[in-house]
Ligand binder design. Structure first.
Ligand SMILES: NC(=O)c1ccc[n+]([C@@H]2O[C@H](COP(=O)([O-])OP(=O)(O)OC[C@H]3O[C@@H](n4cnc5c(N)ncnc54)[C@H](O)[C@@H]3O)[C@@H](O)[C@H]2O)c1
Length: 466
């Protein structure tokens, strides 16, 4: 058995590293068109920051784990080919802003069809709309070679920041397919380290739809508690107390009830929009509107955070300085896709604020690229005015530098290091009144208030002062 994986990203890299670690006798070849990314996978500076990933890669790389750009050769040699390429929301044409862009998946299928011989199992690891496997099968069936194929769906449920833990001990592994023999081959791989009762097998379509549904349900919990956070701020209730009170109900459960500035990441929004598009496609308009609201709520939460900052700081932040702590969409990852920080920063820049950003894992190049992407116009152009706004961003090497001379600090990512900063020192280096806006509810509000800060957090009302 030989495995190949097309796509060395946040999913392909860690999942294949785990398979290679657990199955030392199976050669695993991860390929990507992006040479820079592959070079990084072959270096000491991996392209992805994920706790525990270094050790897993170090154990398997050079033994049975290989990274290269030799896509054709890797496909030709493999018995099982995982497709783990990106499936972003379409930005053009039919379904723009909703449907998944399947261009990369289709190109993979065509490439597999072109270079394969013998029998291959093709595994969809990317998150795909229901019935994509049908399209993949049709493309493969038209292979000009005499190769034959089985197609399986094996969506990935890892969460960035805890990917290695999630891969080591998954709640479940889901495998959808038609051929029992093909399903069994993949079950046998996972069964090396995952208990049999955690490996679920279904038909292809249930497997594809389950991944979209899981992300929609998770995002819905975040938007639900965030909607309550707005009500808490208006009424004097405390959102963490409400979350604890409802989370102890075993029918609701405690997880994913943390109010915040809004969810980010490459998947939640894209997958819900994809679900909305599917519902609309089948004429299920009420079902589409129901799920759409989760995204609308999330946009509202991000906008609300930035506008609360402006309102609180005497209705003007122009020519003021804000220290932003965190840029990644969550802690323990360097992934910034759809991070709330980008949107809040954009809103502040439009108010002509100067923003000093610090994130422990995100590079300056990435931060600038994220802002340029968000501020460009419909034709993809970045106007000189928008460019000049981005010039108001400075990326600094630590949290103290971000806070120095800032009128306010805004916590955008829940990195642990932000909890234990020397806030007394920070306070003395800020103009007064010094504001703190905690977008993740991780700071000790009482301690900070005692130092002298005016602290604003999500879903917490502030007592009216005099
Ligand atoms: N990131 C997550 O937390 C997560 C979790 C579960 C599922 N998913 C799903 O997994 C899929 C991949 O996500 P990701 O975050 O790893 O994306 P990513 O953008 O980090 O990686 C995708 C990689 O595929 C490569 N690629 C694209 N087309 C290619 C081709 N034809 N040949 C070779 N390489 C090609 C790109 O260069 C890129 O490096 C998506 O469908 C996503 O929805 C992501």
């Amino acid at each position: 058995m030989k495995i190949c994986c097309i796509g060395a990203g946040y999913v392909g890299g860690p999942t294949m590293a785990m398979i290679a670690k657990q199955c030392a006798d199976i050669p695993v070849h991860v390929v990507d068109l992006n040479e820079q990314r592959i070079d990084a996978w072959n270096s000491d500076q991996l392209p992805i920051y994920e706790p525990g990933l270094d050790e897993v890669v170090r154990e398997a790389r050079g033994r049975n784990l290989t990274f290269s750009t030799q896509v054709d050769a890797a496909i030709a040699e493999a018995d099982m080919i995982f497709i783990s390429v990106n499936t972003p929301t379409k930005t053009f044409g039919i379904g723009a802003g909703r449907a998944a862009n399947l261009e990369f998946v289709e190109k993979c299928a065509r490439q597999i069809a072109r270079v394969s011989s013998g029998h291959k199992i093709v595994v969809e690891k990317s998150t795909l709309p229901v019935r994509t496997a049908e399209a993949v099968k049709r493309i493969l069936a038209n292979a000009s070679t005499n190769a034959s194929f089985d197609v399986l769906s094996n969506p990935e449920f890892l969460a960035e920041g805890t990917a290695i833990q999630d891969l080591l001990a998954p709640d479940r592994v889901l495998i959808g397919g038609e051929s029992q023999a093909a399903i069994q081959s993949l079950v046998d791989v996972y069964a090396r380290w995952v208990k049999k009762d955690r490996i679920l097998t279904t038909n292809l379509w249930s497997s594809e739809l389950s991944k979209l549904t899981a992300n929609a349900f998770l995002a819905q919990r975040v938007s639900s508690i965030n909607s309550i956070s707005a009500l808490c701020e208006a009424t004097g209730a405390d959102v963490d107390e409400v979350a604890r009170a409802i989370g102890t109900d075993s029918r609701i459960g405690p997880k994913f009830l943390k109010a915040s500035v809004g969810f980010g990441g490459s998947c939640f929004q894209k997958d819900i929009l994809n679900l909305v598009y599917l519902c609309e496609h089948f004429g299920l308009h009420e079902a589409a509107a129901y799920w759409d609201q989760v995204v609308i709520m999330n946009d509202y939460q991000k906008r609300r955070f930035a506008s609360n900052m402006v309102k609180t700081m005497f209705n003007t932040v122009s020519d003021k300085q804000i220290g932003m702590l965190g840029w990644a969409f969550k802690k323990d990852t360097n992934d910034t896709r759809e991070s709330a920080a980008i949107y809040v920063c954009r809103d502040l820049l439009l108010e002509r604020t100067r923003v000093h950003v610090y994130d422990p894992q995100v590079s300056e190049t990435q931060i600038r690229a994220d802002l340029e992407y968000l501020l460009r116009d419909e034709s993809g152009e970045l106007s000189s005015y928008k460019k000049s706004l981005i010039d108001n961003v400075k990326v600094v090497p630590d949290a103290y530098a971000a806070a120095k001379d800032s009128h306010a600090i805004a916590v955008m990512t829940e990195w642990d290091e932000f909890k234990n900063l020397d806030y007394s020192k920070i306070y003395t280096n800020m103009p007064q009144p010094a504001f703190v806006f905690d977008g993740r509810n991780i700071l000790d509000r009482e301690k900070l208030s005692n130092i002298g800060f005016e602290v604003h957090a999500i879903g917490k009302s502030r007592p009216t002062v005099g």
